[in-house]
Design a protein around this ligand. Structure first.
Ligand SMILES: CC(C)(COP(=O)(O)OP(=O)(O)OC[C@H]1O[C@@H](n2cnc3c(N)ncnc32)[C@H](O)[C@@H]1OP(=O)(O)O)[C@@H](O)C(=O)NCCC(=O)NCCS
Length: 164
């Protein structure tokens, strides 16, 4: 039986790249994952925390929290690249990873958490709403993949509510 509490959360390390490439991001090489993550986490743990959810040695979820950079917005983080393997969805793994990242940043004075997703991604929007995120805006054509534009739904919640 699948059970979200049987997965464990670990900060991303290079040794996870192989499983992320093979088990989560089909079509990407481990080297591409490694390079992408290295760039993402380079600013250090006060700015970025990237976590993996592991079931035994297999990475079944990833999520990264990125703190806003500029004066006046340092009390906010944004969760990016929230992905859970299809077979492990709906058992609490996204919530578990978001909380682990929130725990890390609340100690650093962060108060608000943001996420965003494509307007057509009903599954992600429903999950984020269940977790407690509220929509605060839609940025028309806010996302661009190749030549394709999509609207970006932006959501937020208080970090203390996420941890609550
Ligand atoms: C969106 C996604 C990350 C959610 O991950 P998850 O691990 O399945 O989410 P959780 O199990 O933590 O669910 C959190 C809450 O949302 C609910 N939920 C999850 N999937 C849902 C769905 N498809 N419809 C309605 N509610 C849903 C859960 O029941 C849970 O609520 P509950 O605790 O009150 O029961 C996952 O579906 C995913 O990886 N999708 C593909 C990638 C993607 O679209 N990522 C987001 C882009 S930013």
């Amino acid at each position: 039986m699948k059970d979200g509490s049987r997965t464990r959360i670990e900060p991303y390390e290079n040794r996870h790249a192989e499983s992320i490439a093979n088990d989560l991001f089909g079509g990407m090489s481990a080297e591409e994952v490694r390079q992408g993550r290295d760039g993402l986490i380079a600013p250090g743990p006060d700015e970025v925390l990237s976590v993996c959810a592991l079931s035994e040695s297999k990475v079944v979820g990833v999520c990264t929290g990125v703190r806003k950079r500029w004066m006046g917005e340092r009390h906010r983080i944004e969760m990016v690249q929230v992905v859970v393997a299809e077979d492990f969805q709906r058992i609490g793994i996204a919530r578990f990873m978001l909380k682990a990242i929130a725990m890390h940043f609340v100690e650093r004075g962060v108060e608000m958490v943001q996420v965003s997703t494509e307007g057509s991604n009903e599954k992600a929007i429903a999950s984020y709403e269940r977790i407690g995120f509220m929509e605060f805006g839609v940025l028309k054509r806010g996302l661009k993949h190749g030549n394709r534009y999509a609207d970006e739904v932006m959501m937020w919640m208080k970090i203390e509510d996420l941890l609550g």
